[in-house]
Design a protein around this ligand. Sequence first.
Ligand SMILES: C[S@@+](CC[C@H](N)C(=O)[O-])C[C@H]1O[C@@H](n2cnc3c(N)ncnc32)[C@H](O)[C@@H]1O
Length: 299
Amino acid sequence: MKFLIKKLQKKEIWNRVFLERLTEPIHLNLLSLFYAVFGSYKKKIDYDLILRPHHAYSLLKVAKYAKDNKIETVSLLEFGVASGAGLMNMSQITSELTKSTGVQFKIYGFDTGKGMPPPESYKDHPEYYLEGDFPMNFEALQKNLPKNVELIIGDVRQTLQSFQANIPPNEPIGFISFDLDYYSSTVAAFEILKYKSELYLPLTYLYFDDIELPNHNHACGELLAIKEFNESNELRKIEHHRFLENTRIFRRANWIKHIYFFHVLDHPKRNNLNSKIQKRVLANPYLKFEGNEDLQDVN
Ligand SMILES: C[S@@+](CC[C@H](N)C(=O)[O-])C[C@H]1O[C@@H](n2cnc3c(N)ncnc32)[C@H](O)[C@@H]1O
């Protein structure tokens, strides 16, 4: 409750309420009040009623894919933990999703533990972020994390070198949050996207935090790291989830623009050229011929 009152004192929260929410149709806002009280957890995610809806949306998608494909455990990663609010939020959401889907989650949080390292150039946006920003209270955080959440402390340039061995093939990566602020740190963290293809879901969800301020652009920061990664990796692509807003009830929400897909083009599931799926036929409502009404429309 104290946390909620503190949040409500922040100007950005009221901006968000007025700009993102109250500019949406009134009937949807009224419905969302109803679901806030009586809705299932999934309905609350659909109506952006869960704190950090970018986590809730992505993790629900990942849980559904895992359940449908009989994957028992999925790995989730956060790059840039700071005080740990994001990590604890992910942990809270996954415990709800485990209850409803049975899917288990392992969560890994990467951070220096002592805040931002020194910036290397203008590409790291030193006008926004500086050395020592966002330190962690390691003891307090570690004490409050459940068993399935692990902190990997140190600069990602070093800690990622041997991390691949921590991900067993039956616990593929389904979601990664990138919140390291700097270009240089994000490039280092992208080593995580170069593992064996089976260590990911064929379509892995990504969240990029640092792309929305006025100075963010494709020549600096996370946007530059994404651009360079795509240029130099033929079979791995980071792409914006272009039609996501068309699938959402509240389309003006900021978080929508932070969601990307990681396309693992060399994943075995994307390379099965001899799949034995039943032949499908497209129906044609303009023609009359025997059997047409029974044909399946895959559109
Ligand atoms: C904005 S904070 C993360 C906030 C957090 N995701 C949240 O939602 O509360 C950015 C974090 O990235 C970490 N960081 C930046 N560069 C790093 C690097 N090269 N290695 C490890 N951690 C790094 C910093 O220590 C800092 O805590």
